[in-house]
Write a protein that binds this ligand. Sequence first.
Ligand code: NDP
Length: 300
Amino acid sequence: MRVLFSAPDWARWQPALEAACPEAQFVRDAPAESVDAIIYAPGSGIEDFTPYRNARLVQSLWAGVERIVSNPTLTQPLARMVDPGLAQGMTDYCTGWVMRAHLGMDNYAQDGIWRNGTVPPLAHARRVTVLGAGALGMAVARALKALGFDVATWSASGRGTEGIAAYPGNAIEDALRRAEILVTLLPDTPATRDMIDAHALSLLPEGATIINPGRGTLIVDEDLIAALDSGHLRHAVLDVFRVEPLPPAHPYWAHPAVTVTPHIASETRVETAAQVVAENLRRAMRGEKPLFLVDREKGY
Ligand code: NDP
């Protein structure tokens, strides 16, 4: 099987892929019709998939596929990345920022003032909602639950797991109303764009914190800034933006209630992801359905 690697970091991926899938031949370039599968990341150069007519799989190295899913030339099966290492990184990021909000770590400026008026509640008294109950949202919800938080998830299907309340698509308002801390792990699709607008933000409890490592298109930036300015929201931690890198003049940079992180919440980890890619290549070779197949209609 000839596999075209069309993504950055070949030097890091090559040994891991060759070890995980020795039966495949990984190449950086090849006549299009000789390619059996493509490993892909955005910006790698392929815009037109038409010539790769024998490819049985396009394996994205990214979890988010918004930059490829609507490419009209892509008719081959598209699999997105679900990687234990990626999930662990996202769990670390989200639990860290949730803890910061929960414990009020920003309340204690080193300015000589003895602010002992409020002891943080225990985690079980803190309600956290995770929008998105997919590979990442569910991993984060489980980790928060294990730390003791009162966690709920919200997703189109309302799929859940033991011990974690699960709100279905039509119960978005209930999911938001309870969210003292809101973590958003939704994909960028036509249905999720601008979902968190002034109305959605108004449903969050007074003083809520929002943590968005999903996609920047979810949030109406002006509405979020207005909600922070009015004091209705306490803090926003944003990892993803409509334009990346976030332009230096963007109001988020200077806003005292916003923390900007530069799309580093997590990333695909070569060591664990190579195993996932290998499994999907084997499935493609056997003519089987790949794992984590993208639903073109839904866009994720
Ligand atoms: P999944 O596809 O596994 O999960 C997506 C979840 O969102 C599912 O629970 C799905 O519902 C839900 N969902 C999608 N559309 C809607 C909708 N319109 N209404 C309600 N629920 C909806 O994705 P992952 O968990 O793997 O990844 C989530 C996102 O995280 C990625 O798409 C990417 O944008 C982002 N990401 C960010 C990174 C970073 O470093 N900042 C790194 C990696 C990913 P259902 O279960 O019903 O299908």
